[in-house]
Write a protein that binds this ligand. Structure first.
Ligand SMILES: Cc1cc2nc3c(=O)[nH]c(=O)nc-3n(C[C@H](O)[C@H](O)[C@H](O)COP(=O)(O)OP(=O)(O)OC[C@H]3O[C@@H](n4cnc5c(N)ncnc54)[C@H](O)[C@@H]3O)c2cc1C
Ligand SMILES: *[C@@H]1O[C@H](CO)[C@@H](O)[C@H](O)[C@H]1NC(C)=O
Length: 501
């Protein structure tokens, strides 16, 4: 460790607007800034610090000011920071890519060290091997755009503005999932900085067990600095968004109920069905459509949806890159505090009433909350995301993922329960309403399934911080042991935040 003179300390203190970080955190920041010159900021008013700390999807996370921000430009610089953090065992840190998780202490850290991959971004493509090398920083637009110019795509975000690193590490459901599995299933290699600061290259074909664990375990195995991902050909596609009035509920749920088992017969089709409750309990449906052909189908599971009259229709034939970009444009306007919570619902053939009951329950939980005119811009939604067993089949064909899905499981629907609001006074109110919904679901699902057993792991990308996601994985004990092997001191597990085994 460098000797820390009082002059340095005074300089660090003077550069900070508030000084609540511990002395050891400040010393760690100082030492990292010496080892990674000109890539560390602790002045809240500096451009890099300010823009990075303000670029969280949920505005609530912008309140967590790190003691310092590290913006490495290479795996070597990440490794240098990790080695120094190892010398300061009481210093907490967080790793951020796009900052789209709304969970506190996942990609954000108050008074600790924030390592952001912002400047480790972009993609290169090798046409011979059909492998894309993808960096964790930036957004999906930066990856899908350049790949599209070469006629290929990888399974990734459905809204182009979403971050890349956290998305890929947590599994990632894509418009291409019914064709190729979760986004993480197509990852064949990782470059990672492990707990002791080693830069390690992991090849899925040589370390298949570790590869399975890495596909959906989040941030606990290392800091990912590059992913090698299998790409697939793509041409013009059809899709976009349609908005429907609440009066179409019955038609929409009926179409959903047929879509989920029907998806296996037409893997090119995908939807996100967003069931929105706004102020005063007003309901609308927002559906993102995708079809991996230039024209929408006239038969099959998607066609039933397309026959329902919408209020607004911005679907069209376009490039995949353009579709993802425009899907994100409306969402980009959201400047709110946000919560996510997930639930995995089994597809129950003789319970087509499930979706309406779930929607009504959430609306009733929100009734008093959304009556208040001060919450004019607040809203909550349940995204019904079809998760047919064919996704599990593609996952298995590629070696499998941590979620442990397989082609012999039943079809499922992943629920993403989302709320957005503006006042910090409402933080607990909205998180609580979402939690009450999943508690209710825990009771209702066994009634709907009449006690039949289902394997219902959570998708980490959509989960709330208090949900024990890894505990829902079949391979929990095995992955926990692997994690402990790679991180014996608990560097990531005890100090890095995020979901843990
Ligand atoms: C508008 C919107 C649309 C979305 N659409 C989808 C979708 O289509 N499909 C889907 O599956 N999910 C979707 N999500 C959820 C999304 O996958 C998660 O929010 C995910 O966390 C985003 O990745 P990120 O890089 O922004 O994560 P961050 O918030 O930066 O990080 C999330 C977690 O990953 C860790 N992490 C990040 N980068 C690294 C790294 N390089 N090394 C190690 N750990 C790291 C962080 O420490 C943190 O624990 C969406 C979210 C939003 C807000
Ligand atoms: C999460 O679930 C696993 C598996 O059921 C369990 O062993 C573990 O204790 C749980 N963790 C927490 C924090 O509840």
């Amino acid at each position: 460790m460098l000797p820390l003179t009082s002059i340095c300390l005074t300089a660090i203190l003077a550069a900070r607007v508030t000084a609540t970080a511990s002395l050891s955190t400040m010393a760690a920041c100082h030492e990292i800034s010496a080892a990674v010159p000109a890539r560390v900021w602790s002045n809240h008013l500096s451009k890099n610090y300010y823009s990075e700390v303000n670029s969280y999807w949920s505005t609530a996370l912008r309140d967590a000011k790190p003691a310092c921000l590290v913006l490495p430009q290479s795996a070597k610089e990440v490794a240098a920071a990790v080695k120094i953090l190892n010398k300061y065992p009481d210093v907490q840190f967080a790793v951020k890519s796009g900052g789209h998780t709304p969970n506190e202490r996942h990609s954000s850290i108050k008074d600790g060290v924030l390592i952001s991959t912002r400047d480790l971004s972009g993609v290169t493509y090798d046409g011979k091997t059909q492998i894309a090398s993808v960096k964790p920083g930036g957004e999906w637009n930066d990856v899908i755009g350049p790949l599209g110019e070469q006629g290929v795509a990888i399974a990734g975000g459905r809204l182009g503005l979403v971050g890349v690193g956290g998305y890929l590490l947590q599994g990632g459901i894509s418009f291409l999932s019914a064709q190729y599995g979760l986004a993480a299933d197509s990852i064949v290699g990782w470059e990672m900085v492990t707990a002791d600061g080693t830069i390690r290259t992991i090849d899925a074909s040589k370390e298949p067990e570790l590869a399975v664990a890495l596909r959906g375990s989040g941030s606990q195995f290392g800091i990912a600095t590059e992913f090698k991902i299998k790409a697939y050909p793509i041409g013009q596609v059809w899709g976009g968004m349609r908005i429907y009035g609440g009066g179409k509920a019955d038609d929409i749920y009926a179409a959903l109920h047929n879509f989920v088992p029907g998806n296996a017969d037409d893997e090119k089709a995908a939807i996100i069905l967003s069931d929105v409750t706004a102020i005063g309990g007003a309901k609308i449906f927002l559906i993102f459509y995708f079809y991996a052909e230039p024209e929408p189908p006239t038969t099959g599971p998607l066609a039933q949806f397309l026959n329902i009259d919408s209020i607004i229709d911005i679907t069209s034939t376009q490039s995949y890159a353009k579709l993802l970009k425009s899907n994100g444009e409306g969402a980009a306007l959201l400047q709110s505090r946000v919560s996510f919570r997930t639930f995995t619902l089994p597809y129950v053939k003789d319970a087509p009433h499930m979706y309406g009951e779930i929607s009504d329950k959430f609306t009733s939980l929100l009734a008093d909350i959304l009556k208040n005119p001060l919450r004019l811009t607040s809203q909550c939604s349940i995204d019904f995301q079809p998760f047919p067993s064919v996704i599990g089949r593609h996952s298995q064909e590629r070696g499998g993922n941590a979620m442990g899905i397989s082609g012999s499981d039943a079809d499922r629907i992943l629920l993403e329960i989302q709320c957005s609001w503006s006042s910090h006074n409402d933080d607990e109110i909205f998180r609580d309403a979402s939690k009450k919904l999943t508690e209710w679901l825990e009771v209702k699902v066994p009634e709907w399934t009449k006690g039949r057993e289902y394997y219902l792991p959570y998708l980490m990308n959509d989960a709330a911080g208090d949900q024990n996601v890894t505990g829902t994985y079949r391979g929990y004990s095995k992955f926990k042991a692997l994690q402990a092997e790679m991180d014996p001191e608990g560097f990531f597990k005890k100090r890095g935040g995020g979901f843990v085994y």
